[in-house]
Design a protein around this ligand. Structure first.
Ligand code: ITT
Length: 196
């Protein structure tokens, strides 16, 4: 059913979403697949604002159907932080390790468990149609990193009813339950209904 450009520079996200769309009839190309490296300024106040800023910027540039997501981690004891600031929690140009260290340092002042949720807003935009779907997954932040798969906060997040972190799960396992998978599976279904 054609190509869709995924407006992300995050290779971890791209891998997950390509796997979700694998047998859908849509081919997903990420920005690194087309060697697009310009930064898109995400200055929205919500996940949905930022997801649409990315989708629209890439649609306006290439005039092809686009998907985008904005996602993050909300920790109860931190009043929902890092939230929309998840990617740059420890500052401009920080690494995933910097972010995890900052998060764990802050949580040292609180008793366990540290309940949290991953959230994702996924958007499809083709200049005419706009589809928005959300996904969420509850879990807990643990006090030491475990596992080396995935990206971002995966090594410190244990999904509810699991005893492994996201970074210890295979991509296929993460994609059965993740916030991103929930949002993009709904998006894919809405897309098939609307576009085909
Ligand atoms: P793009 O904007 O280019 O898509 P990004 O990494 O900047 O890439 P976001 O602005 O949506 O993406 O920020 C999401 C951040 O939230 C991401 O960098 C991680 O730190 C965290 N995050 C989101 N989903 C995650 C997941 O499934 N596992 C671990 N961390 C995640």
């Amino acid at each position: 059913m054609g190509n869709i450009l995924f407006a992300t520079g995050n290779k971890g996200k791209a891998k997950e979403v390509k796997q979700i769309f694998k047998n859908s009839g849509f081919d997903i190309l990420s920005l690194s697949d087309i060697n697009f490296k310009e930064e898109i300024i995400e200055d929205g106040e919500t996940f949905e604002d930022n997801a649409f800023i990315k989708a629209k910027a890439i649609y306006d540039k290439f005039k092809v159907p686009v998907i985008a997501d904005d996602s993050g981690l909300e920790v109860d004891q931190l009043g929902g932080r890092p939230g929309i600031h998840s990617a740059r929690y420890a500052g401009e140009n920080c690494t995933y390790d910097d972010n995890n260290r900052k998060l764990l340092d802050e949580l040292k002042f609180f008793d366990e468990p540290h309940p949290a949720r991953f959230v994702c807003c996924a958007i499809y935009y083709d200049g005419q149609n706009k589809i928005v779907e959300n996904g969420e997954l509850k879990g807990n932040i643990i006090s030491d990193k475990k596992g080396d798969k995935g990206f971002g906060y995966d090594p410190v997040f244990v999904p509810e009813n699991y005893d492994k972190t996201f970074a210890e799960l295979e991509l296929e396992e993460k994609n059965k339950i993740s916030h991103r998978a929930a949002a993009f599976k709904k998006l894919m279904e809405s897309l098939v209904k609307k576009i085909s």
